[in-house]
Design a protein around this ligand. Sequence first.
Ligand code: ADP
Length: 629
Amino acid sequence: MKKQFKTESKKLMDLMINSIYTNKEIFLREIISNASDAIDKLHYMSLTDKSIKVNKKDFEIFLTINKENRTLTISDNGIGMDKDELENNLGTIAKSGSEEFKSDNEHKKNIDIIGQFGVGFYSAFMVAEKVEVLSRKYGSDEAYLWESTGVDGYTITKKEKEGYGTDIILAIKPDTEEEDYSKYLETYEIETLVRKYSDYITYPIKMEVSHTHLKEKKNENDEDEYETVTEVEVINSLTPIWRRDKKKVSDEDYDTFYSDKFNDYEKPLRHIHVKAEGTFEYNALLYIPSHAPYDFYTKDYEKGLQLYSNGVLIMEKCSDLLPDYFSFMKGVVDSPDLTLNISRETLQQNRILKTIANSIESKIKKELETMLEENKEDYEKFFKDFGLQLKYGIYNDFGMNKDKLQDLLIYHSSFEDKTTTLKDYVSRMKTDQKSIYYACGETVDKIKMLPQVSAATEKGYEVLYCTDPVDEFVFMTLRNYMEKDFINVCGEKMDLDTEEEKEELKKANEEAKDIFDIMKESVPEVSEIRFTNKLKEHPVCLSSKGDISVEMEKALSSMPINNGIKANKVLEINQNHEIAKTLKKLSKKDKKELEDYAKVLYAQARMIEGLPVENPTEIASLVCKYMVK
Ligand code: ADP
């Protein structure tokens, strides 16, 4: 009986069959990598369960080409699949990304997704018109054959099979005008593909290879005679890339390994190849990705490095090897000092693992520092996606790791409109400047337009533009950097006035106290109204008193749990603006009108800060009322 594929699988398969994906050849690496995983599983089991008697030397992946039948078979002697597993593993795609396959018509987008998640078993349908999977689970006598010609379903029947493991039999498609499928039946082509994509596989990949050569002559005068010898050859080099000599691995090899292993269609930004021989021996190959995976900032994302013990995979994602703030790293770690039957609990306690983790952490930090120093462009790309994770790292755990991470921060700055580190900011500070100035907002452009920002930059002070809600919390955690504290240019601590200016302003505010008292009645949310000198052309701005800034209020109110924490808002009015005179006049004339003005000015200040105006209809009517006057 024919069974139907699950909907998502069907879509994916349809995509494969009709794929315009140019990289069809990757099907082989996908199938070989599944075969290798299956052997890994059995290998690992045999090391921890003594009743399983397999010989490491026998493990292999065998490729067979049959030109007459147009089939390519990939066989492994791994764990195998029973009937249910064939059904569950091949009838559906259980990938986290499966729900992403929604829009079939957006072909381009889907192709990116193909690359992003790794295409897996179904990629076989890019080159095969029929796929058969003959499998026998280790320890079972029964074998089953799974067959499918594509989207219309699959069948599973009982079959005979000698030995455990799996054969994947691909009936290669006939050639078309655009595509030469027959090349997948050429030994040379397959050899090339194995070397290109699967060289790092730690089990031998074998194939029958024929060589034709001149036959040895019995007599000197004999005619040239050729003979063809067919031998089984191991095609891959067997030494995993992370154990190879750095000098013998090209950048391309590193990149290819990365994209195959971690299913990322974009090249990584950097790789770090470590061969450590100290207290503990280990090899590691680590990558800094160039972009965050779609689920990076969700709770579904699992950090970790692949852990090997002497070339045997013992854990897919070992989270203890990476601190949270470097959770974006991908890579493998291989150490002969680790025991194989490590359980998760003992692992955590494992001293070796801790030592390796510490060493890896400092390597990552160093690489990031080098990138920041030597290639700002790459670092900015990195920081765009992962900077937030570093910031969380600073303010999590009560700032325990702040010293390690503070020099990895970059901010867009008013200085030359470029990004800067805190160190560079401090090196440029004016002699009389005691603090690091920053301003917060949704975007750099919006921040630049804040009146308080231009007030500071016009006096020659550099301002950092902070666009992440977490930025201010980071500064609060850091408290200071190289003994300079952080000051929000929109906060009450911001003070660029001279003593005389201050004195004069104080007087003006005292004189206007009655005016502000009237105004405050119509904007009760504001805790203070006062004149300011810091605004050049702008009439008003909103600042805050105390520890909670307006930006922090915004950040807190967007969190699921918030205690209604609000900033202590101050409405500041430009003392030198026409509006100041108007307010003074009104206070003598019309109290009601003064209250209206207060409402409109407060609404303006909120808008400038990027806060919603809470009574838009009223404000709109008021503005019109005075426009027609
Ligand atoms: P993935 O390998 O990413 O999980 P695939 O679509 O490639 O996704 O394969 C689906 C599943 O089928 C695998 O997870 C594995 O359980 C099973 N499988 C595939 N090939 C083999 C094989 N040669 N031997 C045993 N199991 C296999």
